[in-house]
Design a binder for this molecule. Structure first.
Ligand SMILES: [Zn+2]
Length: 197
């Protein structure tokens, strides 16, 4: 039987490579984790170098490489910088505007149902690795009324969050469109090379 190889294929997205490997792996004969593996060979600034690396790799499985020939312009770097700053601002704002953090008094009232609760019913928010819409974090309420479920944050808070989101969308679009025109977007080459026994 010997070896079989696909040609070198191209993908615009790393996820395409990974899902192709998932589909292929099941159909390979003699598969064990050490005889059939997925190997990332690195990022290359020319397609020729990436192809050479892939062709030199002769272990059974799939090898892939990233090709990134584009150079970022100052404009693109600035747009990426703006995007990253705006995302950090939104993150900090979601922390500072959560119900516990934005109130100082001992109790917090709900304008919707009129109930009132001790401040420590709410989560003291010092990090952000959950959704602002989660009802509970660590057993405490995050932003909603424990009785009626009304979001206790102010209208101004929502407006500011919406403002950050709009900016993030705007900068994301700008980054994507500059990456397209500057060809600074990486793509992937991959090849399946399998031992059939
Ligand atoms: Zn309520």
């Amino acid at each position: 039987m010997g070896w079989t190889s696909s040609g070198i294929e191209k993908a615009t997205d790393k996820r395409e490579v990974l899902s192709c490997w998932d589909d292929t792996y099941d159909s390979l004969p003699n598969r064990t984790s050490d005889s059939n593996s997925l190997r990332f060979l690195g990022s290359f600034s020319s397609e020729a170098e990436a192809k050479k690396a892939i062709n030199n790799y002769d272990i059974s499985g799939m090898a892939y490489a990233e090709v990134n020939t584009g150079k970022e312009s100052a404009k693109l770097r600035d747009a990426k910088e703006l995007l990253s700053k705006e995302s950090s601002k939104l993150k900090s704002f979601k922390i500072s505007s959560s119900v516990y953090n934005s109130h100082n008094g001992k109790t917090i009232g709900c304008t919707d149902c009129g109930s009132s609760f001790p401040r420590d019913y709410f989560y003291k928010n010092d990090s952000y690795n959950y959704s602002e819409f989660d009802e509970f974090v660590d057993g405490k309420y995050l932003n909603t009324c424990p009785i009626c479920g009304h979001d206790l944050r102010s209208k101004t808070t929502f407006e500011r969050i919406e403002g950050y989101r709009k900016n993030i969308q705007k900068y994301t679009d700008r980054v994507n469109s500059l990456m397209e025109t500057e060809k600074a977007k990486p793509y992937y080459l991959y090849k399946i090379h399998a031992y059939l026994g």
